[in-house]
Write a protein that binds this ligand. Sequence first.
Ligand SMILES: NC(=O)c1ccc[n+]([C@@H]2O[C@H](COP(=O)([O-])OP(=O)(O)OC[C@H]3O[C@@H](n4cnc5c(N)ncnc54)[C@H](O)[C@@H]3O)[C@@H](O)[C@H]2O)c1
Length: 271
Amino acid sequence: MFACASILRPMGLADSGALKGRVALITGAATGIGRASALLFARAGARVALVDVREPELARTEADVRAAGGESTALAADLAQPDDCAAVVARAVRAFGRLDVVLNNAGVGTMVVGGTVESITLEHWDLAQDVNVRAIYLVSRAAVPHMRPGGGAIVNIASVSAFHGSVERPSHAYAASKGAVLALTRVMAASYGRDGIRVNAICPGTIRTRLTADIVERVERAAKEGHGIPLGRVGEPEDIARCALFLASDDASFISGAAIVADGGAMAASP
Ligand SMILES: NC(=O)c1ccc[n+]([C@@H]2O[C@H](COP(=O)([O-])OP(=O)(O)OC[C@H]3O[C@@H](n4cnc5c(N)ncnc54)[C@H](O)[C@@H]3O)[C@@H](O)[C@H]2O)c1
């Protein structure tokens, strides 16, 4: 017999210390999915190195991790700048002495880099590629040598935009960058498996963050009325953070080169 309801409540991966003793670098940690992941990974026992270009919001994430009893360091950086990508890895290793997990999450979205090939400027096209995929190459290039001794996990945030376009909200540069993230994830998984480094991607659907501020209420309303998202709601940043924690943890020990779609069933239900 169980004595009380709390015993019956299933324990999440974070509460079982899944990342105890590990060091995780999280990019785009100031807000949204990165912030939720920072809080969750720290709760799971990781020491977290938090990277973002938005300094005040990054400082808030760092303070909140610490207030919850976690260990973190904030690394302000613009990942569109190649030197910054290498520097954040070096600073994280200097701060914590090792590196086990990289969550490549920083990104610019449709509200900034939207449009078709005809309408997007070259500057915005380049920004999408530089932040969403080139930074993954550059951060990983700096990180892998530090992870190689003991193995580790790289989790790249892609998007369902890698799989389909949108008539109403075209974002060709964003989609191209996220398709490249999936390809890079697969080839890195093939190359680094022998080093014990697993590389996986997550493809979120519509998640309630700043990136979707222009559409989230409409999508949520439609979902509640039975359209678009079978699970009847948009995603929350924590939905993706939990998926990232799973992929970063030993529970995903035989998963590499995978792309997990986390979209409430939307792609499965699309005609
Ligand atoms: N929200 C969604 O519906 C959704 C869907 C699919 C994929 N994604 C992906 O999820 C990831 C996180 O986005 P989010 O939804 O949490 O939005 P967000 O805007 O809250 O988070 C993105 C973070 O990346 C940071 N960033 C942007 N440019 C940067 C740069 N040059 N250097 C350093 N940091 C930079 C931002 O400051 C921000 O904190 C992105 O890669 C995004 O493409 C989001």
